[in-house]
Ligand binder design. Sequence first.
Ligand code: AMP
Length: 340
Amino acid sequence: MTALAAARFGYRCHVFTPEDDAPAAQVTEHCTTADWFDHPALDRFGAACDVVTYEFENIPAGVAEYVAQQVPVFPDASVLATCQDRIAEKRFLAATDAPTARWQSIANEAGLVRAVASIGRPAVLKSARLGYDGKGQTAIGADTTLSHAWSEMTDEAETAAVLEAWVDFTLEISVIVARSEAGEIATYVPVENQHEDHILRRTIAPAAIAPDVAAKADDLARRIAVKLDLVGVLAVEMFVQSDGHVLINELAPRPHNSGHWTIDACTCSQFEQCVRAIAGLPLGPTDRHADAVMENLLGSEVEHWQELAADPQARLHLYGKREARPGRKMGHVTRLSPMR
Ligand code: AMP
């Protein structure tokens, strides 16, 4: 989707991916398929590009650093390093005065026992790294055996983790913020995100929140972008509590699933905004011409694509992924309605 936005400006994209048959390669002129640590391939890739960005925060930060020796990489590799490690991210948020759930870092089972004693139950144990869509997460309920929770976590991830207090939120929202090298900032309206089994099910734009809550969310996203010295696009995921308090859940330094609605409902999508930010163009307008509901097509749901294609209200996006594994994001549908 970023490559499609770039093509509208006449830019030619080159994808680097360790994955065979990467969807982006279907719409780009060049694709290098190689391991993240294949330095000759990274060298050739860097030499072929004027600017590089990434669309997944679990790329090793060292790879972004390596490529940045040759060609500008935006957002900076340090932003990637902060956002791919929950401990680094939470420390950064604390230093930014951006509120989060109470948390503690944990290195071993004894640390988990201490953290649960101090934070209490219910809580959520999350691996520090390589977690997304609920992977590497375990709920700690009243009856959870901590040794079991710890071994489950360390089975699939590394040993560093965080324990977070359970947040009794009324709504999950996100703000997509873009920032240019010149320091220009643009945000999209806060949207509501509904998850099922930890995976984003639907995004509703705009979120039904009071104007002061929306203003607080917008301000937090802007402050985080400035403090990170962001160049590019960042999603800030937040919890809204019943008293209107806003807590940051996590950051993703790239165009985000909760911003896909902007393709159909805004003059300038999050993807175009990303291209503008990294290419040194002025940022585009972020206002919307319609309200929108975006639904993900997960796994076999994509098989209904013909019905959706026949629905005049549905803007259908299919990603060209070959295998519809359960829970895999295969595409999305956006439905527009007049602005409230
Ligand atoms: P994450 O991978 O951290 O975004 O978590 C995935 C989803 O799990 C979130 O979108 C929430 O729905 C839920 N979740 C994560 N952390 C908490 C928490 N501390 N309290 C309540 N729900 C949570």
